[in-house]
Design a protein around this ligand. Structure first.
Ligand SMILES: [Zn+2]
Length: 330
């Protein structure tokens, strides 16, 4: 994780960790209250353990001659009582760890730090909130899978190619559902090709929404918006870290390749994102309205060879849905 952390994402992550910790304590307090009511025997044992702990710290401070012996005795007493509590909790029908705080992260006990360094749980939350912030400025509406309307695609074969748009789109839909169902950081990268208005952005948004709901860190926006943000970061006009956030996400969906201006900064940033994610072996989805020959004209070979060689192509087919909808309204 980079050191250039968004302060607001960090604050949110820390407060989430604090919430987890206080929830663990609250639950423990509830359990204690319940036990002292329903099983006072266990309650008094529990208090004895607390008492022994106090005696233990006193013994350590006292520096008396036989301190080693005293500490051993107290420790043994404590262990005995702890075992006894487990047995009695079971007898009363409670789980044996009922009087232990249950932390979300047992590595740092919901403190967020281990030996002075950020615990993975805190880093994960910082990443999640950084991505949330980046996605907040995305103007593309997110959709559910059941909103996709196959009836907008013709069931008649195309004159030239013989492809039946509805069949093709059904295949893509099934594969995208499967992609979401089986998604992991090892999933393949996808390349959505096809003319404008065939549902590439719509399907991308369905994948983004489903995976976000499943708890994955998904970054989704048009390439143009990402590059504008990256440029603002790069030239100090904003203090974000768009490229790092994109590189670290579980899935990145770069919509509408070709809509951005061809500048040296844009081309190298785009190549950096696509190539780095390929090298990290993490999935990316890219969509474009451009044909392969238009892509070849606009981008250098390095970008094209990554997209055509390392991404699984999905070729969308049919008539612009906006025109179909308009016709249906007439
Ligand atoms: Zn932790």
């Amino acid at each position: 994780m980079n050191n250039n952390i968004s302060p607001s994402a960090f604050t949110k992550a820390v407060s989430e960790i604090e919430n987890r910790r206080s929830k663990a304590f609250q639950t423990l307090e509830l359990h204690k209250a319940e036990i002292s009511k329903k099983a006072p025997e266990i309650d008094s044992l529990y208090n004895r353990i607390l008492q022994t702990s106090i005696e233990l710290s006193k013994a350590i401070i006292s520096r008396s001659e036989n301190i080693g012996k005293i500490i051993d005795e107290l420790k043994n007493k404590n262990l005995e009582n702890q075992l006894l509590i487990k047995v009695m909790l079971k007898e009363f029908g409670y789980p044996e760890d009922y009087l232990k705080a249950k932390y979300t992260c047992p590595i740092c006990n919901d403190s967020g730090y281990v030996n002075g360094s950020r615990c993975d749980c805190l880093n994960e939350l910082i990443k999640k909130y950084t991505i949330d912030e980046l996605n907040k400025s995305c103007k593309i509406e997110l959709h559910d899978f059941d909103e996709f309307n196959l009836n907008l695609y013709s069931k008649l074969p195309d004159d030239k190619s013989g492809i039946i748009p509805r069949e093709r789109m059904n295949e893509i839909l099934v594969q995208c559902r499967n992609y979401v169902d089986t998604f992991s950081k090892d999933s393949c990268s996808l390349f959505f090709l096809g003319k404008t208005g065939l549902g590439k952005t719509f399907i991308s948004s369905m994948i983004a929404k489903s995976l976000i709901e499943k708890g994955f860190n998904v970054v989704f926006d048009s390439i143009n918006n990402f590059l504008i943000k990256a440029e603002n970061d790069h030239f100090g006009r904003s203090n974000g870290n768009t490229v790092d956030t994109i590189l670290n996400a579980d899935l990145v969906i770069l919509d509408d390749l070709g809509s951005e201006f061809s500048t040296p900064f844009n081309n190298s940033t785009l190549y950096n994102i696509i190539n780095t994610r390929i090298n990290m072996e993490v999935p990316t989805i890219v969509s474009t309205n451009l044909s392969l020959s238009e892509l070849n004209e606009k981008y250098d070979d390095r970008i094209i060879s990554r997209l055509t060689g390392m991404f699984t192509p999905y070729r969308f087919f049919g008539t612009d849905i906006r025109q179909v909808k308009r016709r249906m309204m007439d």
